[in-house]
Write a protein that binds this ligand. Structure first.
Ligand code: 5GP
Ligand code: ZN
Length: 117
């Protein structure tokens, strides 16, 4: 996986501005936007603009870009003034991954149980 945009990828389309989203932050390498089906008062997805199918593939192929995603997760939490928050990378269909373009869920603004179930 080279990071090239994929025609059939929803998050590539959001990164390119071809599908609308409520964007909260954008950098040269990442976009952060509100999840369409929020599970918490803050539920933001942080994606690399480049296409990698999941977080582990991203981290192996481009560790600096994976670090950009993590820094942006922190920035989202800071902007929403979250004292505590959760960052989730669902990896694989069995773990609930439905969009196969790497993304961090940033969840906060309510109490969060662990394990999540
Ligand atoms: P996953 O289940 O792959 O970890 O997370 C995918 C997330 O993308 C889900 O939380 C889902 O609600 C969100 N999502 C799916 N389609 C769209 C969309 O068109 N726009 C936005 N903003 N979020 C979406
Ligand atoms: Zn993609």
């Amino acid at each position: 996986m080279s990071g090239e945009p994929q025609d059939d990828c929803l998050f590539c389309k959001i990164a390119e501005g071809h599908v609308p989203a409520t964007i909260v932050r954008e950098t040269e390498t990442t976009v952060a936007f509100r999840d369409i089906n929020p599970q918490a008062p803050t539920h933001v997805l942080v994606i690399p603009k480049a296409h990698y199918k999941d977080a582990a593939t991203l981290a192996t192929a481009d560790p600096a870009l994976a670090a950009d995603v993590l820094r942006e997760a922190q920035a989202v939490a800071d902007e929403d003034k979250l004292e505590s928050y959760r960052v989730v990378f669902n990896t694989g269909a069995g773990a609930g991954q439905t969009v196969f373009h790497a993304h961090a869920h940033v969840l906060g603004g309510r109490g969060l149980q662990w394990p999540p179930g």
